[in-house]
Design a protein around this ligand. Structure first.
Ligand code: CDT
Length: 300
């Protein structure tokens, strides 16, 4: 066994009126709870510092001014980094990134137990649209506010654990996990904001949670990885998003799951050796994969 204490810190709503400082206080409190429960790493949601602002039509200048981070860490977020260093706990955090060149990405960072940023991921599968959908109950403007990520799907080793990152809609795509699993990822972490109402077609509301569970469980199993997934959920100024944050084993089994739609820390003492067992047998990639027959995947 190779044990690691893993925490997923689900967040309840972040409303428009909530300040960054107040949000960071919530993150710090959950980080302390995670550490008290012997976690060595904590997963926070996508766009954790603000409300899920792509639901609102506005011009880019206004979005950048209100919702994007111009540097990381910055004064508002510094308490989270300070607490991580004090507790010796690593973390994953999603936020809206404005680069010095003025580019906009939906980003996640990997921070080690010394509070150093050692990895960055910029969201590749951007859902939604870029036009103003008049008459829709809300917008999903990720294609307007963000560029497609330019960093690929990386894997970083920290404290002897190989960790990969993705964000929300990426979790629905098999290639996301495969590219990281092929780089020997042992744990894939992600944050999400998933509206329970689908504005694009008349999807039964329960399917939002069902499809979320299916992709996490199947992808963990098929890629012999642990998965930690953190929701931002509940009603943000009346707009509901699903919860069901979870930790999934390489067997595909859910070993921890949130029970509500508020701030909630879930933890598991995960055995990284479990992934290796699957890689030695049914998913021995070197022995059993047939990439020659998969060429269509990269050709179209
Ligand atoms: N944040 C995010 O990627 N949410 C999407 C909603 C898709 S509906 C436009 C998701 O896949 O959960």
């Amino acid at each position: 066994a190779r044990k690691m204490g893993l925490a997923v810190a689900q967040m309840g709503a972040v409303n428009l009126a909530d300040s960054r400082a107040a949000v960071v206080r919530r993150l710090v409190e959950m980080m302390r709870e995670a550490a008290a429960r012997k976690a060595e790493f904590v997963v926070f949601p996508e766009l954790a510092l603000t409300t899920f602002f792509p639901r609102y039509w506005m011009d880019d200048a206004e979005a950048v001014e209100r919702y994007f981070e111009k540097s990381m860490p910055n004064a508002d977020v510094q308490p989270l980094f300070d607490t991580a260093r004090e507790l010796g706990i690593g973390f994953y955090l999603g936020y809206a990134e404005l680069t010095p060149e003025g580019r906009q990405f939906n980003t996640a960072i990997l921070v080690d137990r010394g509070a150093r940023i050692i990895g960055k991921y910029r969201k590749i599968h951007l859902p939604g649209h870029s036009d103003h959908k008049i008459g829709a109950p809300f917008q999903h403007l990720e294609k307007k506010f963000f560029e497609v990520g330019d960093l690929g799907f990386g894997v970083w080793e920290t404290n002897d654990v190989k960790i990969g990152m993705c964000l929300c809609n990426d979790r629905r795509w098999p290639e996301t996990y495969r590219v990281m699993s092929l780089q020997s990822a042992e744990l894939i972490v992600l944050g999400y904001n998933t509206p329970s109402l689908n504005i694009h077609w008349n999807e039964p509301a329960h399917l939002r949670t069902t499809t979320h569970e299916i992709v996490l469980q199947a992808s963990a199993y098929q890629n012999a990885v642990w998965v930690g997934a953190a929701a931002k959920c509940g009603h943000e100024d009346g707009h509901h998003m699903i919860g069901s944050s979870m930790i999934v084993a390489p067997s595909g089994e859910i070993v921890a799951r949130s029970s509500g739609e508020e701030d909630e820390v879930i933890t598991a003492n995960i055995d990284l050796a479990m992934g290796q067992t699957f890689r030695d047998h049914v998913f021995n990639f070197a022995k059993h994969r047939s990439p020659h027959h998969y060429r269509l995947i990269i050709e179209r």
